[in-house]
Design a protein around this ligand. Structure first.
Ligand code: MSP
Length: 509
């Protein structure tokens, strides 16, 4: 059985979750469900990043002890996972004991391998990004300096441990030249490679000016740099430092889905840390884009943060999951707008998919006593063409899903649904009812088979709606597997009476 380990970044708990967090988590859920349908052994991890200066500051302004604050905030992220109908295998928190043990063991391994040394750091730091910057990356405005992300940086000077990142430059270049698919999309791969080729400095990996972090083994004046601490979560969850752990043996290395803003941490620092600790680098890092809101950058100060609870309550969870991944190529930036959502729901879900299900199933309920007769021979050209078309679409869909091109995979299914609607219009079972009931049954049978196939393909994106549609033809949860894609039903099919799955959005204020 192929194993598939997929992770979201672990989210900072300084604030409540927003659409950006929901987006990354849903993407992993889609890919995880897709892999389960293939029959793969899947492990899906998410969690929260709870240390560092940013979180410590947020706790202070909330007037809470850091630990109490993170306990409260982490829960919001955990609750969101199930609200988004995401099926995770583990939720990790970096303040958990298992993680502290794992991070310290990893640190010791780097020390043993002579990858860390003590020195002094003097330079720029952004608390919001929890990142170090060199002067040439910054812009100056009114006497202050700003990182490319727009966050203000401050000058820090402190004793610090350093990781010998500079020594990994050539090895990383070699690794990436040999494994060009280990960073996707391609443009991101090129960016990372040219960044590495531009030269790597040793990386400061500990801090001394605050306390909210994992103590550095044997020198408790230092806490681990929050990114070093955080990245190790991917190992902790599968049992590190016990490399004989069943999960560890089965699942490492992982596929990391991250936002483009944190690609450098995952595709430069992280693989170097891993190789320096004698571990394999990630199988793949996929970087997705950023959402804006009605054309504007989403930010707290503008006050245009999109609350996932609000939009899901308004449009429905499957509708939002669909919109986020149908509207924008996964990897590109996207703009969130109410008009765009309503349009997607009405044209793709109500008019195309929903309409096909509705008209076929209610026709069968009304005219065939809710029964479609088993059809043994598919001999009519139009039937064969449509069924073969679905196989081609299935192939393309898998090709895209395997590269995390979720939008393209969805498009393949909608091309199939459009063809199915054209087929029904042409075959017109409502006319056949009067002239040729045998043929009418064949047509309904083929249409139902296409509905089944499309629902299987769309299940990872819209699990509850597709499960509902499949249950109308008596498909059980355990049957939702791609190995049943081409399996025709052995008996007559009883169709339960349908109610509209994707109501149109009429009032969108
Ligand atoms: N804690 C770090 C990750 C550590 S992983 C070892 C972190 N956390 S975060 O909460 O700030 O961001 C998590 C993810 O949310 C990132 O992948 C980021 O790109 C994503 N998003 C935050 N805002 C976003 C949008 N407006 N649009 C899409 N995703 C964005 O970084």
């Amino acid at each position: 059985m192929t194993s598939f380990y997929i992770t979201t970044p672990i989210y900072y708990v300084n604030d409540k979750p927003h659409i950006g967090h929901a987006y990354t988590t849903i993407s992993c859920d889609i890919l995880s469900r897709y892999n389960k349908l293939l029959g793969n052994d899947v492990y899906f991890l998410t969690g929260t990043d709870e240390h560092g200066q940013k979180v410590e500051k947020a706790a202070l302004s909330a007037n809470l002890e850091s630990q109490d604050f993170v306990n409260k905030m982490s829960k919001n992220f955990k609750d969101l996972v199930s609200f988004l109908n995401c099926n995770i295998d583990d939720f990790i928190r970096t303040t958990e004991n298992r993680h502290i043990i794992s991070a310290q063991a990893f640190w010791k391994k780097l020390l043993d391998n002579n990858q860390i040394y003590l020195s002094n750091y003097e330079g720029w730091y952004s608390i919001r990004d929890e990142a170090f910057y060199t002067e040439n990356e910054l812009t100056k405005k009114n006497g202050d300096y700003f990182a490319p992300s727009g966050s203000k940086v401050e000058w820090v000077k402190e004793e610090s441990y350093f990781f010998k990142l500079s020594q990994w430059q050539d090895k990383l270049i070699k690794y990436y030249e040999k494994n060009p698919n280990s960073i996707l999309p391609k443009t991101r791969f090129n960016e990372v490679l040219s960044f590495i080729k531009g030269g790597l400095n040793d990386l400061s990996v500990s801090r001394t000016t605050f306390k909210w972090g994992i103590p550095v083994p044997n020198n408790t004046n230092h806490v681990m740099y929050v990114w070093t601490d955080a990245l190790i979560n991917y190992l902790t969850a599968i049992g590190y430092p016990d490399q004989n752990n069943k999960l560890f043996k089965k699942f490492w290395p992982a596929i990391h889905i991250v936002g483009k803003d944190i690609l450098r941490f995952h595709s430069v620092y992280w693989p170097a840390f891993l190789m320096a600790a004698d571990l394999e680098p990630p199988k793949r890092v996929f970087a997705h884009g950023w959402w804006t809101n009605e054309g504007q950058k989403i930010s707290k100060s503008i006050g245009n943060i999109i609350d996932p609870y609000e939009i899901v309550d308004k449009y429905g969870i499957d509708q939002i999951r669909f919109f986020l991944f149908r509207e924008v190529p996964f990897g590109n930036d996207g703009d969130f707008s109410k008009d765009a959502i309503a349009q997607r729901i009405n044209s793709d879900l109500s008019n195309n998919f929903g309409n096909l299900v509705q008209r076929i199933f209610s026709f069968i309920a009304k005219n065939c006593n809710s029964i479609i007769k088993k059809t043994i021979n598919i001999s009519i050209a139009e039937d064969k063409i449509l069924l073969e078309f679905s196989l081609k679409k299935f192939d393309n869909y898998m090709k895209y899903m395997n590269k995390q091109e979720i939008d393209k995979a969805i498009k393949e299914v909608f091309e199939l649904l459009s063809e199915a609607n054209i087929y029904i219009d042409k075959q017109a079972p409502w006319n056949l009812k009067k002239t040729n009931t045998e043929r009418m049954h064949e047509v309904l049978y083929v249409a139902t088979e296409i509905i089944k196939r499309s629902s299987l393909l769309l299940y990872p994106i819209m699990p509850s709606s597709c499960e509902k549609i499949l249950s109308l033809i008596n498909y059980k949860k355990i049957d939702i597997l791609f190995q049943n894609f081409e399996k025709f039903p052995k008996n007559d099919i009883h169709i339960d009476n349908p109610s509209p799955i994707f109501p149109r959005i009429e009032n969108n204020d």
